[in-house]
Write a protein that binds this ligand. Sequence first.
Ligand code: PDD
Length: 285
Amino acid sequence: MSIAFLDGQYLPLEEAKISPMDRGFLFGDGIYEVVPSYAGKMVGFAPHIARMQQGLAAVGIKLDWSEQQWADLCHRLIAENGSGNLGIYLHVSRGADTKRFHAFPENVTPTVFAFAFEIAPPPVADKALAKPYKVTSTQDLRWDRCQIKSTALLGNVLHFQQGYEKGHGETLLYNANNELTEASACNAFIVKDNVVITPLLDNQKLAGITRLIVLGTLRKDGNIVIEERVVTMDEVRSADEVWITSSSKEIAPVIEIDGAPVGDGKVGDMWLRAQTLYSAGKFDY
Ligand code: PDD
């Protein structure tokens, strides 16, 4: 049985109920995070909470929780749910109103919801054990505020579904200029001639915490050339390697895009170096 948190109370997930007038339910008016935790140790806790605080400020949801309050909540959920391989879902909506009206209500109390769910063990840095992805690509038709980790994920859901219906595990997205943005629930990287390249952050992408840790661990190693810049889809299609990154996947190799192989169609050597560094350094963030 999964123990969740809703508005100050710990309770079985099935017993957690919100009002249908909650603006998270009616408008997708909320901010969320997913923090991975392995054997009681969270990955990227501080940057995850910083990103959530930035998201709340960006949409004007006023919730005065300190990092320590979030840490206490996460640790309690981890302990209540067996301390294994867990994703901690944190969600703050603007709260429940008495009417359905677009403007922000005054004096509304934000709804805070959190639960823990089981995730796969972290990837092992071993080509034979890697989980390669085949993906679809499509034009990114989401909104122009993708840096905000909003609970309004319909745009992402529709893009994910486009790949899923073709038997693919993700959908790579590109803008109207044929430039890679990210994937429907991941950031993206390419490797060309041993250079690791990822799109620059802007309003078209979420600033992924896994992306941050990948760049941090690779830079710390000091032996790998990294570029953050515009990446065209032509570069993606002629790359030696493509990776997608997220909190639950860490670094996942992409071996096929729209039915065409990436590089030699196998998990690459740079993936192995990057996942090795990530596995060794991820708890420092
Ligand atoms: N997805 N880009 C998008 C659109 C995402 O939804 C995510 C994460 C990422 C990667 O961010 P991070 O490395 O911080 O997990 C990039 C989460 C896990 C989700 O929606 O379940």
